[in-house]
Design a protein around this ligand. Sequence first.
Ligand code: KG4
Ligand code: ZN
Length: 337
Amino acid sequence: MIVLGIETSCDETAVALYDSNANRVIGQKLHSQTDLHRLYGGVVPELASRDHARCLAYLTRELLEKNHLDFRDVQGLAYTEGPGLVSALLVGAMFGRSLAYSLNISAVGIHHMEAHLLITLFEHPEITFPFLALLVSGGHTLLVQVNEIGQYQIFGESLDDAVGETFDKAAKLLGLPYPGGPAIETLAQKGKASHFKLPHPLLNQKNFNFSFSGLKTALLNVVQKQKNLTEPIRADIAYIFQKTVVEILLEKTRRTLRHTQLNQLVIVGGVSANQTLRQAFDEGIKAEGINVYYPSIAYCTDNAVMVAYSGYHRLNRGERADLAVKIKPKWSLETLG
Ligand code: KG4
Ligand code: ZN
């Protein structure tokens, strides 16, 4: 079955084709809106949805043409149903649902975070259930036990800001452009351990939850205390910020692994592209005999390959979206089946 995947939950317009018979990705097209939103220091939902509407049809046509395919070759359609920005999700869902109707093929709405997770299973077929997943994106910070596709038990989550959001806000404080994660990572490479100190919120509490808003406030205080925010000082602050975030993620994940006795860890979402994070987990978790898996860098951040692949699994289980265009801007993984 050839499945067309459509992703519009935030600021990437993406389409991709997955062929389940050959278990291969046929191709993908991705239009990033970062230049559009950079001026405002973050995603502007109205601009995002307008740009999705502008790009979706031509990206899909280009994707098919480039791969010498026609709309009639598409046998299943998957679009991101949530979680995400209301207006952005609506564009993708409306386009996807209508296209499936006009082609008389089945459509299914996909959970964005499940898609982030499942693409790692595509790349690492050696992973077996159950395993622990750390989902770290712009909107989510979750520690989830994955028993099966659709069977998720949340052990920990952020009580306030998501970790990617924290990177983005920290970047803004340091005068770095959106998106903040890659910008902080690049600047931190020039930084070193210094006298700057940041707190590790919730680390001494015996639960698996995270809190990042206090860290952001502490960072603001550090930045405001600097008389002269020179490049080397900014780099040292970026370094300590990134180090602190990674330490928090590592410690809470380690605790959850001990509690659940799981011996495989899958880390997904935009923040999983971070090399300092990968190095810390490789050193700190793999050393304890636990296998750690990440998606390839292109599949860490938002893409439609993950939607097409998850769509195949859901369609294969007989799931179908009805004709009404539905979205779920807030949607817990635990409610999936
Ligand atoms: O998964 P994603 O592309 O979109 C959402 O589902 O939210 O994640 C985007 C987030 C942004 O907050 C971005 O700053 C962060 O992932 N990010 C990173 C890196 N690359 C992207 N954070 C830290 N280091 C990176 N290299
Ligand atoms: Zn995402």
